[in-house]
Design a protein around this ligand. Structure first.
Ligand code: BTN
Length: 248
């Protein structure tokens, strides 16, 4: 039985996230699996393999069948969601779940790439569906080095490569859903401020020279509302709320 099969995952779920649990062997993208019925917040779709996995900014997200954690979580925020902040919340939940399961230190490349040793192990894609948000999370878990894509903007890694160990994807998913439920609940009731410390301690860009839309600067942390602070060479401080950050 797969470590992501319902019989493996459902008995371990701790909260309301993960119910219902939709599991398929193959799909174009787990982001599409919620389209037909009205499902509650916390519904989760998982696949062993995606044939048309989507990444941010129109990129693709590739996987090796049976090796990655590919999931989408349905969120129904009461108020219009502030997507940049929610991106950070989901990125933090992903980083903390990886740390708890694999005993590694994860970093966050704003807004929500999760890095191990400077290499990307996980990515998050948020897509609006009316007032709901479909939150897609891809984590490279069991891929060997030769199974990872070699043409990505940020070099890729997996939990297996980074920790030299095998990991149970079901256990990672249960940890992720529990952490996300708590962080999302905290964010919807008290905003981002109580989470800024946890975000800041994992900031991969602080003190690093970065590029954004042709300009360069140095990462200088996150603002209390989740924007990236960039200090340009003339000493001016800029607050960035969206965009693709490159490492110079
Ligand atoms: C990124 O870093 O560009 C975001 C990657 C998001 C990938 C996940 S895998 C599960 C879900 N389904 C998709 O098609 N994409 C997201």
């Amino acid at each position: 039985m797969s470590d992501l099969a319902p019989d493996s995952v459902e008995p371990r779920l701790r909260g309301r996230f993960g119910r219902p649990y939709l599991y398929v062997v193959e799909t174009p993208s787990t982001q599409e699996l919620f389209s037909e019925v009205e499902l509650p917040e916390g519904a989760v779709a998982v696949a062993e393999h995606q044939t048309a996995g989507r990444g941010r900014s129109g990129r693709t997200w590739s996987d090796t069948a049976g090796r990655a954690l590919l999931c989408s979580v349905l969120l129904r925020p009461a108020e219009a969601p502030v997507i940049p902040q929610l991106s950070l919340v989901v990125g933090l939940a992903t980083a903390e779940a990886i740390e708890a399961l694999a005993g590694v230190s994860a970093a966050l490349k704003w807004p929500n790439d999760v890095l191990l040793d400077g290499r990307k192990v996980a990515g998050v894609l948020l897509e609006r569906r009316g007032s709901a948000v479909v939150c897609g999370i891809g984590i490279n878990v069991g891929q060997e080095r030769h199974e990872l894509p070699d043409d990505t903007r940020v070099p890729a890694t997996s939990l297996r490569v980074a920790s030299a160990d095998a990991h149970d994807r079901g256990a990672l998913l249960v940890e992720l859903l529990d952490g996300l439920e708590q962080l999302y609940g905290s964010w919807t009731s008290t905003g981002l401020e109580p989470l800024v410390e946890r975000l800041a301690s994992r900031d991969a860009l602080r003190g690093r020279r970065i590029t954004l839309s042709g300009s360069e600067g140095v990462g200088a942390g996150f603002s209390a509302d989740g924007r990236l602070i960039v200090r340009s060479d003339d000493g001016a401080t800029h607050l960035v709320s969206s965009g693709e950050i490159g490492l110079a």
